[in-house]
Design a protein around this ligand. Structure first.
Ligand code: TXA
Ligand code: MG
Length: 310
């Protein structure tokens, strides 16, 4: 049996000793390591089976910690008012910031966020160093929103600090700060329009080949075991991932949000895909999801889950 940390202090002790520990955030569970410890960060890549060219998000406890690893212009500081929260900012890395090169895949930028979750914040503060943490799932699989899903994904081999289910349910929105421009590299838990409203600054959308800008944006990602059909009505023998008011269906069904609420749908997305997988579904028909608000992030994850597997 893997040793399970029972408290923030237990988990911090593991991380300070160069071990991995999964921990809750408001978006999804992260697979954490001390971002200044190259060996610890390397074991993230090994454990996930993650390509080395795919840099990690660095989680900080507060702005003071973030300022030790990245350069903040006055404009970037304004944008950082979104923290703590489900937005990751890509900023120029600070020289000599102490981060392991493998954490940033040798880029001269760094992706940072301050999570809006009391356990995550207490943990980073207790470790006293920034934590590298990708979603706590084997590379290419569904992201976990409960400690149970983390244990399942890694067959119980990774210690998990259990903080209950994640509130947002999809990963953070990734925004690159370029001078005074904001470019969204990944749609996520905070809708683009919401960021524009909060900051009063337009948010551009990166070109489709932002795969290069955010190397993690591989086409096939977030894959359940089942095949997926999007914008579809289910037929006999399929499972159904519904949204809003839908017709009765006799097969295994989960409804992301019967009331048509996109926040609720985002929160349920990965867990319901996990459940349909666990129910043995071979094909999942997915109802159409509107593209506004958080629909952008939900449709992005669904498109990746449905993409041909490499
Ligand atoms: O909500 C989240 O963001 C979760 C929780 C645990 O915080 N983390 C997460 O990490 O989703 P991960 O590793 O699954 O996704 C990190 C993404 C990848 O697409 C990666 O390519 C991109 O961030 N990224 C990291 N550093 C970057 C950089 N310097 N420039 C552009 N993209 C970067
Ligand atoms: Mg991930």
């Amino acid at each position: 049996m893997t040793y399970e940390p029972k408290s923030v202090e237990d988990a911090a002790a593991l991380l300070r000793a160069g071990k991995l520990c999964a921990f809750p955030t408001e978006t999804v569970y992260g697979l954490g390591a001390d971002a200044t410890d190259a060996d610890a960060v390397l074991s993230i890549y090994e454990t996930k089976g993650r390509p080395r060219f795919n840099p990690l998000i660095i989680h900080c406890a507060d702005l003071a910690m973030a300022e030790t690893i990245a350069e903040f212009s006055p404009f970037a500081r304004r944008v950082a008012a979104l923290w703590p929260g489900s937005v990751t900012l890509v900023l120029p890395a600070k020289a000599g910031n102490g981060l392991a090169d493998v954490a940033t895949a040798g880029l001269d930028t760094v992706a940072i966020r301050i999570p809006d979750h009391p356990i995550a914040l207490a943990l980073i503060a207790a470790v006293g160093r920034p934590l590298a943490a990708p979603s706590a799932n084997p590379s290419g699989r569904l992201s976990p929103t409960t400690a149970y899903q983390v244990r399942l994904g890694f067959a119980g081999k990774v210690p998990v600090l259990d903080g209950g289910p994640c509130q947002a349910g999809v990963e953070s929105t990734i925004i690159r700060v370029e001078g005074e421009r904001l470019v969204q590299l990944r749609a996520g838990a905070v809708a683009r329009k919401e960021i524009e409203r909060l900051l009063g600054v337009p948010v551009e959308v990166a070109e489709k080949d932002a795969a290069i800008a955010a190397p993690g944006m591989l086409a096939s990602h977030y894959a359940p075991n089942a095949l997926m059909r999007l914008d579809a009505e289910p037929v006999a023998g399929e499972a159904y991932l519904a949204f809003g008011r839908v017709q009765e269906f006799a097969g295994v069904t989960r409804n992301l949000s019967p009331g048509g609420d996109l926040h609720e749908a985002a929160r349920n997305l990965f867990s319901m895909l996990h459940e349909l997988d666990a129910a043995g579904a071979r094909v999942i028909a997915v109802a159409p999801i509107p593209e506004w608000g958080l629909g952008e992030a939900i449709n992005d994850r669904l498109a990746r889950a449905a993409a041909p597997r490499g």
